[in-house]
Design a protein around this ligand. Sequence first.
Ligand SMILES: Nc1ncnc2c1ncn2[C@@H]1O[C@H](COP(=O)(O)OP(=O)(O)OP(=O)(O)O)[C@@H](O)[C@H]1O
Length: 214
Amino acid sequence: MAEHSLILKNLRISLAGDTLLDIDAEVAPGEVLAVMGPSGSGKSTLLNAISGFLSPRFSCRGQIILDGQDITHEDPSRRKIGLMFQEPLLFPHMSVEENLLFALPRGGSKQERCEKVREKLRAVHLEDLGARDPLTLSGGQQSRIALMRVLLSKPKALLLDEPFSALDVELRDRVRTFVFGLAQQNNLPVVLITHDKADAVAAKAQIINLLNHK
Ligand SMILES: Nc1ncnc2c1ncn2[C@@H]1O[C@H](COP(=O)(O)OP(=O)(O)OP(=O)(O)O)[C@@H](O)[C@H]1O
């Protein structure tokens, strides 16, 4: 079993006795598993199961293993999973820097914490955005800051729910290069929900196509 991998071992999720999805997959660090399929096929349900937010209406068999730990029944707050959605969901009443400080684990003086955030921004050439109000950022900048915020909480895996779909084609390409590059640098397995095959191709992803249940 590879260290740092996300393993979905014979994971079967059912609703009212009908199997919605049945998956057996291993996502290595830095690798992307692209989950595709029509509306209602279970893409969000799969992310909910991995992050620990599966509704009790579903039954779930099999195991979810992250970095060697069986997290199938672990509390969501202890799973160390970073989530990113189509909407960047930055706090509008805080500056970019404050948004990032919020995600930084506790510890250190205010000055040390601010320096850490600035260092992270510099590393990705976004230092000029620190003092800005998130609502004044472009869509692509907001997405990049949202990813930085997720990474500051030191997740062991990233779950991305159509994070590029609100961006226009050119920006989409740049933002996904940024996202997949940082996932690789941080050795994070990624599960990506997308309707766009180009996202999967850009990530050199393993692809799972969920079935239509209608
Ligand atoms: N809390 C719930 N209770 C009952 N049924 C649910 C619940 N959440 C989702 N479902 C059903 O489970 C099935 C899968 O839903 P899910 O949201 O995972 O699909 P999806 O592939 O993410 O769809 P979309 O692309 O439209 O977001 C659907 O039939 C949906 O109606």
